[in-house]
Design a protein around this ligand. Structure first.
Ligand SMILES: NC(=O)c1ccc[n+]([C@@H]2O[C@H](COP(=O)([O-])OP(=O)(O)OC[C@H]3O[C@@H](n4cnc5c(N)ncnc54)[C@H](O)[C@@H]3O)[C@@H](O)[C@H]2O)c1
Ligand SMILES: O=C(O)CC[C@@H](O)C(=O)O
Length: 533
């Protein structure tokens, strides 16, 4: 039996990328395109690596059949065609190539906007049909128009640059972008999505599809936008509710739409928006340029090669790059760090610009780089999507968002054996959370400078209230009435009669209605519901 690494290329990638893999004597490269799931399972048996774009789906079944698989390489950004949890469960690294297709996708989205403004596809169709119709194709200029860019990451920023050069006023909506970065890009940052889109002539979407972003442009929201808006989606199908979009195009409220991506790809013949007026479509071509494919093809071939030959992990979306010995030493801190990051993201002020982590006690003597990455990963899961951020890309992802990160270490004895203190701030407001270990068990020990004590698990309800009698009883009554059991409680106050923090560990997640009811209790200042799963 051959001891070579077999590599299956299951989507078209650049020939240079394939040549790079083929040039390695210990690799056997097989290019098999257009595989159905059963054929893919068969082809995946015994391979060490699978390389894909967005055409095929690397399902749990394929991953199960791939008994020798070490790495899945995605030549592109989105990894929604790969079952990441199944890959992680099987210890398979999934890598992508962020950045390689940024400019191509921004240019494509821009081309869609221009085509939409000047009805180019429709006019083209009449010319080749032998008609010379100049009356029906009056368009609109981009100059002096208002553009809302939703999602100001790599592609959004490139799009914005081009739009500004065309004389457009650019408004950005990206709750995770710092004010500094927005200023640097020369865009107007809005905190509220409805406010960002209400006066837009054009809207372009550039964010991942997550639970938070699905149907971000729904019927209610689109109706609030001024009549005549034009919408471009070159990110992921599902960001816009295409059924609602079709309806609003028919009514003329939305003047046009350009889509490169669809909720189902390819869209079936009865896909609603296909038959709506004033639309421009392309079949997911954002990254389809020679330059982008060359770039992502080479990048993924190099990443896969380095991984198989040297175990190097670059741009992984699911695996830490760490050797087993170090992992055993810092494993518990790493997991706790992620939880602290997740927690602070839920009490952080808007537009955080700085994160600082202080390590003290025994921790101050360890290499804490990975733990810090864990904290950042936990913190960034909300803006970037849990499947997009990992220990490898957490730092660069933070940098892209304009989040400045620092860490400091204080070796030597403190009140706690090990203490991790995470500060986030936007220049005006700060949130701080500290964690320690009690006999090997992680505990949250301070929030915003107040001493508390809670295990970092389940749902935590953090209530800031006036220090006055009857508060605890009132919380218990409302939660009990709504079948929410309190598993643990920790109280802390600044001075008698001042303000107090109540930290409740709950057995279930309280609904928004329950939180609202709690907020009505006289003396309650602020409530945060923090889910740690
Ligand atoms: N059509 C194509 O062929 C094509 C090609 C490349 C990328 N894409 C897609 O484009 C998207 C963006 O890619 P990128 O490289 O710019 O990614 P990126 O990670 O650099 O940027 C994504 C941005 O979205 C922001 N964001 C997250 N949640 C948000 C929310 N609720 N509201 C507003 N903004 C939010 C993030 O803060 C981040 O700044 C990805 O989904 C990717 O899959 C499509
Ligand atoms: O492979 C492609 O052409 C699509 C790529 C794009 O959707 C991405 O997310 O990078």
């Amino acid at each position: 039996m051959s001891d070579k690494h077999r590599i299956l290329v299951a989507d078209p990638i650049s020939q240079t990328g394939i040549d790079l893999l083929q040039a390695e004597p210990s690799f056997e490269v097989e290019v098999k395109l257009g595989l159905k799931e059963a054929e893919f399972c068969e082809a995946a048996k015994g391979v060490s690596a699978i390389v894909v774009r967005s055409g095929v789906k690397v399902t749990a079944k394929v991953l199960e059949a791939a008994d020798k698989l070490k790495v899945v390489g995605r030549a592109g950004v989105g990894v929604d065609n790969i079952d990441i949890p199944a890959a992680s469960k099987r210890g398979v690294v999934v890598m992508n190539t962020p950045g390689g297709n940024t400019v191509s996708t921004a240019e494509h989205a821009f081309a869609l906007m221009s085509s939409l403004a000047r009805k180019i596809p429709q006019a083209h169709a009449t010319v080749i049909a032998g008609r010379w119709d100049r009356k029906h194709f009056q368009g609109t200029e981009l100059n002096h128009k208002v553009l809302a860019v939703l999602g100001m990451g790599r592609i959004g920023a490139e799009f914005a640059k081009r739009a500004k050069a065309f004389g457009m006023t650019v408004i950005a909506y990206d709750p995770y972008l710092s004010a500094n970065r927005a200023q640097l890009l020369g865009v107007e940052l809005r905190d509220n999505l409805d406010d960002a889109v209400k006066d837009a002539d054009f809207i372009t979407m550039h964010m991942p599809l997550t639970n938070e972003t699905k149907h971000m442009l729904n019927e209610t929201r689109m109706r609030k936008i001024k009549k005549g808006v034009r919408i471009i989606n070159c990110a992921r199908g599902g960001l816009v509710d295409d059924n609602a979009l079709a309806k609003l195009l028919e009514e003329g409220h939305v003047a046009g739409a350009a889509l490169d991506v669809f909720e189902v790809e390819p869209p079936p013949a009865d896909y609603p928006v296909l038959h709506a007026p004033n639309v421009v479509f392309t079949p997911h071509l954002g990254a389809s340029t020679g330059e982008a494919q060359e770039s992502v093809g080479i990048e993924i071939a190099e990443q896969v090669k380095d991984n198989l030959l040297h175990g190097t992990v670059v741009n992984a979306v699911n695996m830490p790059n760490v050797d087993p010995k170090t992992l055993a030493e810092i494993g518990p801190f790493l997991r706790f760090g992620e939880i602290l990051g997740r927690l602070i993201s839920q009490i952080a002020p808007q537009r955080v610009e700085k994160m600082r982590i202080n390590y003290s006690g025994k921790l101050g003597e360890l290499d804490t780089t990975l733990i810090s990455r864990g904290v950042l990963k936990g913190y960034l899961e909300k803006p970037i999507g849990a499947d997009q951020v990992n220990l490898i890309n957490a730092m660069s992802t933070a940098e892209n968002l304009g989040l400045k990160f620092t860490e400091s270490r204080l070796p030597g004895p403190t009140a706690f054996n090990d203490l991790i203190e995470v500060h986030v701030s936007n220049g005006e407001d700060t949130a701080v959370i500290s964690g320690s270990f009690f006999g090997g068990d992680p505990r949250i020990v301070k929030i915003n400078g107040r001493h508390v004590e809670a295990r970092p698990e389940g749902t935590l309800l953090l209530i800031e209230n006036d220090d006055r009698p009857g508060m605890i009883g009132a919380y218990g009554t409302i939660l009990g009435k709504n079948q929410v059991n309190i598993a643990n409680m920790s109280l802390s106050r600044n001075v008698e009669g001042g303000t107090a923090l109540t930290l409740l560990t709950l057995d279930s997640v309280p609904t928004e209605a329950v939180i609202k009811e709690l907020e009505q209790i006289p003396g309650v200042i602020k409530i945060y519901s923090m889910v740690l799963e």
